[in-house]
Design a protein. Sequence first.
Length: 107
Amino acid sequence: MEFKTIQLEREESVGVVYLNQPEVRNALSMEMREELRIALEGLARNEKVKAIVITGKGTAFCAGGDLRTMGDSKPFQGRQRMQNVHRLVLTLRNLEKPVLAAVNGPA
């Protein structure tokens, strides 16, 4: 799968996920959250991957939620955003492989 907001690599038995929007300090947009979840699920199914590392491109690991996408949101959109985060957190929690954060810069 081609990703827009993350970059996925495999180095031997380690899957490396790069948050790849350095121009916004890797702020977590809805799209990035969804791509991250999909990538993690794929790495979980890959028997060659024994561990996963998440890191950021550029000078920041992750600025947190992307505030640009929250300004005029309605309650329904806020609920969707929270459900999206919940799915990502559950995916991380349920992984049976070790996940490491290689925090580079502000987080």
